[in-house]
Design a protein around this ligand. Structure first.
Ligand SMILES: Cc1cc2nc3c(=O)[nH]c(=O)nc-3n(C[C@H](O)[C@H](O)[C@H](O)COP(=O)(O)O)c2cc1C
Length: 400
């Protein structure tokens, strides 16, 4: 197929990505999002696209202790292949045990480690995005995880660093590469930025220049297929990780796959444009309804599933003419029957509104001075008194 003038593909480009032994049909990863990327949402997203769909973060200690919640979170539906689980941990031994358990019990095809959490209650104890500052600890966690993973691809996801004066991503990237990870993903913000401002795609380019033996994945502020291709072209990264852009828009994964097919010359720009989702209200309602059903299945409880779908209401209907009163009712929905009654009052023939649908959504926030343990920044190795504090950094919190 002739490539079009507007989406000129680089000649050697393919629309695939290999992460270790995994062969992905698109260089696209669903970003792990706590409270969001459970099997229900992953299944829905996967139905539209290709790539890798990562679980929400699971703490290694809870997994080793086999808490009922962590055992639920690691479950996959048979349609989910490859199965991908994100772990978070601060202790090399516990992380090793958690990875060993996942491998021995054949519960995953890919494991990612999270080093990006900016939540103060985590960084205050030295966990999350504060952890890679302690290079020896970071190295020990990643090395133990890679060894325990064996043939399973083990990857890392991190932020640029603690703040602009305390960047960690290049050193951490090199350490991870040496330790044998299968890819490195960078959310191009510091912890102090939370989700504010714009992701620094130049940092992704710098990481790509630094890491030569495994794929580098770029993350931050991809809202459309065109954004994803632009990130790859601007930074040279091997693939993209997409989070907030797909909230309430699972079909974004179809747009992303089409955009990369066009870049590879397998689709013309017109074909890619035709493949781009422009869902009318009826299609949004159907996806929202299906998401609710899948959540009910995941929680094995209609009440819990309906409670969980409430947080997605504003994202699904963003930009669509759905009144405040109806939104409020949907945001307190208690049963699928009630949900159907509420959706029944909407006009499914309302067309795609374009504006307001494709831009930023989800968390934003404002920059803050990161909370850290006392004297954390004074040394790059973990002091013995910091060890005890760190043990408390493995709390179940939501974040990256
Ligand atoms: C609600 C929410 C929960 C998140 N939870 C996690 C997580 O569990 N693990 C992780 O590595 N990142 C987590 N993140 C960060 C995302 O994976 C991603 O790095 C970030 O949202 C930037 O990408 P985006 O601009 O495409 O959203 C979370 C983000 C959001 C918005």
């Amino acid at each position: 197929m002739a490539p079009s003038a507007t989406l000129s593909p680089a000649p050697a480009t393919t629309a695939q990505l290999n992460i270790g032994s995994l062969r992905l049909g698109a260089p696209v990863v669903l970003a792990p999002m706590a409270g969001i990327t459970n099997t229900a949402f992953r299944r829905l997203c996967r139905e539209y696209g290709a790539g890798l769909y990562v679980s929400e973060m699971i703490t290694s200690r809870a997994l080793v202790e086999r808490t009922p919640e962590s055992m639920r979170l690691i479950r996959h539906h048979p349609s989910e292949t490859p199965r991908s689980i994100q772990l978070y941990g601060v202790d090399p031994k516990t992380v090793r045990e958690a990875v060993t358990m996942l491998v021995a019990e054949d519960r995953a095809d890919h494991i990612d480690l999270n080093f990006g959490c900016p939540v103060p209650k985590v960084t205050r104890k030295g966990g999350g995005a504060a952890l890679p500052w302690k290079l020896d600890l970071f190295r020990a966690i990643v090395t133990n995880a890679v060894q325990a993973a064996g043939d399973l691809p083990l990857t890392v996801k991190m932020r640029k660093g603690i703040d602009s004066d305390h960047l960690t991503y290049l050193e951490a990237g090199r350490i991870a590469e040496d330790a044998g990870v299968a890819s490195i993903a960078l959310h191009a913000r510091t912890a102090s930025q939370f989700y504010s401002g714009q992701a620094d795609w130049d940092a992704i380019a710098t990481l790509k220049e630094t890491i030569t033996s495994v794929p580098v994945l770029g993350n931050g502020d991809i809202w459309t297929g065109a954004d994803a291709v632009r990130m790859v072209e601007q930074t040279g990264c091997d693939g993209v990780v997409v989070g907030r852009g797909c909230l309430g828009r699972p079909w974004l994964f179809g747009d992303l796959a089409a955009a990369f097919q066009a870049r590879a010359g397998n689709l013309t720009a017109d074909e890619a444009s035709a493949a781009t989702a422009r869902p009318g209200l009826g299609q949004v309602m159907a996806a929202f309804r299906r998401h609710a059903e899948l959540l009910v299945e995941f929680f094995e409880s209609e009440e819990r599933g309906c409670r969980d779908i409430r947080k997605h209401v504003a994202w699904y209907f963003k930009g669509y003419p759905v009144g405040g009163e109806l939104r409020a009712k949907l945001a307190t929905v208690e049963s699928l029957q009630q949900l159907d009654e509420l959706l029944g009052t909407l006009d499914p023939t309302v067309p795609y509104p374009s504006e307001g649908v494709e831009g930023p959504r989800g968390r934003a926030g404002t920059p803050k001075t990161p909370a850290l343990p006392d004297r954390w920044l004074e040394t790059r190795t973990l002091a013995s008194d910091e060890q005890a504090t760190l043990a408390e950094a493995e709390v179940n919190s939501s974040g990256g």
